[in-house]
Design a protein around this ligand. Structure first.
Ligand code: NAD
Ligand code: WQD
Length: 346
């Protein structure tokens, strides 16, 4: 049985992916600093699988290289060497990154450099990295292909872009050694259908779906919609929302692909290739939950784009990955999690 290190495994996408990888018979070692998550996420993952003994957790920060070395050393000592890494750990709030750029660069970039260094020291050269659609230059050329022009417009995006460049440099320098895949997520939402794990924002969320859910549970009175004058069919912004369980499955497929193929670097978009406007998302949420979401229109948000939709054909061609879950399942599963856990993991 292969052992996989999952950094940031207590987080939203990480916890869903841990469950997926356990069910696919990997041993999972999670490292997480808990800066934006709770260890209870892994306790919930354990409730959803009978492979509990294959999951272990080390609390620590990727910026602490001695901690990282210690984890790799201990695992080798137990004859449990790491075959590959799924690297989620990072700070992810775009707005916050504009106020605290140094913290974002330090956490995301320095954390990743340490991780790569310790991987090299242990001859572990397989990594799946959590990248983002935010690295694409704003474009009217839709849907967006992996080959589209890249440009970051905020510090968070810069950290993702520079990490992709670092991974690219590693692949160019040692093409016979590294197996690398950056997965560029579009807008992951929803939750596991059990309602036991889901997104657990520790501060006030800024993404639309957790905000809708917080209006749903009454924590926020009204949703603000950023603009009704976009060039879309109803004037509100259009995005490519994708169920987190579909994202988790793609991680298994990308990892399996890398482990079974020759060393290479290969990047994939993870989206549904379908656009949904803010109003459509609210309407779907109201329809499946029967809960009214009050909203008001406000000015456009600085730096926002009109329409962002993935071309997901490469992931289908190479990984045989197709997202299976509908927008109504995203809303239904997300709400099951939020309504069962109004205060998150407590
Ligand atoms: P999340 O905040 O729920 O999970 C990230 C996890 O990483 C958290 O558990 C956090 O405690 C941990 N972490 C952060 N910095 C760390 C460090 N230095 N050392 C150890 N642990 C650390 O976020 P998520 O939504 O699950 O996102 C996972 C990854 O996917 C992130 O890298 C994010 O940038 C990327 N991503 C997310 C989205 C999205 O909309 N959720 C979209 C595109 C990309
Ligand atoms: C979606 C739509 C807003 C909030 C961000 C990051 C990106 C990625 C995903 C990590 C837009 C509208 C939003 C609100 C609104 N994350 N909106 N009122 O902007 O596509 O992408 O999250 O990598 O990097 O930039 O997602 O959820 O913020 O916005 O009207 O209070 O909802 O204008 O049209 P976005 P979002």
């Amino acid at each position: 049985m292969k052992s996989i290190l999952v950094t940031g495994g207590c987080g939203f996408i990480g916890s869903h992916t841990c469950l997926e990888l356990l069910e696919r018979n990997f041993k999972i070692v999670v490292i997480d600093s808990l800066v934006n998550s709770s260890p209870l996420a892994l306790e919930r993952v354990k409730k959803l699988t009978n492979k509990v003994k294959n999951l272990s957790f080390y609390k620590g920060d990727l910026r602490d290289i001695n901690f990282l070395r210690e984890v790799f050393f201990r695992l080798k000592d137990e004859n449990n060497s790491i075959s590959g890494v799924v690297h989620f750990a990072g700070l992810k709030a775009v707005g916050e990154s504009c106020y605290e750029p140094l913290r974002y660069w330090d956490n995301n970039v320095n954390g990743t450099i340490n991780l790569i260094r310790v991987m090299e020291e242990n001859n572990c050269k397989t990594i799946v990295f959590s990248s983002s659609a935010t690295i694409y230059k704003v474009t009217n050329n839709l849907p967006i292909k992996e080959s589209a022009e890249i440009q970051s417009i905020n510090p968070y995006g810069s950290t993702k872009l520079v990490i992709e460049q670092l991974l690219n440099d590693l692949a160019i320098n040692s093409p016979q050694e590294w197996r690398i895949s950056s997965l560029r997520y579009f807008n992951p939402i929803g939750a596991h259908p059990s309602g036991l794990i889901g997104e657990n924002p520790l501060g006030k969320p800024t993404n639309i779906f957790p905000l809708i859910m917080q209006v749903g549970i009454g924590r926020i009175k009204k949703l603000q919609i950023f603009g009704n004058d976009w060039e879309t069919f109803d004037g509100t912004g259009v995005r490519d929302y994708i169920h987190v369980s579909d994202i988790a499955e793609a991680h298994f497929l990308a990892l399996e692909f890398l482990l079974e193929h020759k060393p290479q670097i290969i990047n994939f978009n993870l989206g549904t290739a379908k656009g949904t406007s803010v109003l459509e998302l609210i309407n779907m949420f109201q329809e499946v939950t029967k809960i009214k979401i009050p909203y008001e229109f406000t000015d456009r948000r600085k730096g926002d784009s009109c329409t962002v939709i993935a071309d997901n054909s490469k992931a289908f061609l190479d990984l045989n990955w197709k997202p299976k879950r509908s927008l109504s399942e995203m809303c239904c599963d997300g709400w099951r999690w939020q309504s069962n856990n109004p205060s998150g993991y407590l």
